[in-house]
Design a protein. Sequence first.
Length: 87
Amino acid sequence: MNVRPYVWVLAVALGMGITGVTLRAAASPFSQDQAQSQDYSKNKNYRVGMRDGKDDKAHNKDHSRKRNFKKDDDQKAYEAGYQDGHR
């Protein structure tokens, strides 16, 4: 029984699987960096978050205000401002 063709098929399949996993893992950090590098500094909700973060830091509180916004982008801007103000 000749198993050589089956070994080649198995090797090619493993190689493609490893390449696919590697590419997916390499793409994930880039998309996260892109989302976090967005500039919200001119956004009103960013400034509100920055103010809340600084106030909580000054009074040794941890995210005491829970604000919810209708738009997801506004929520992200507020959270980015809060994190920057709380540092």
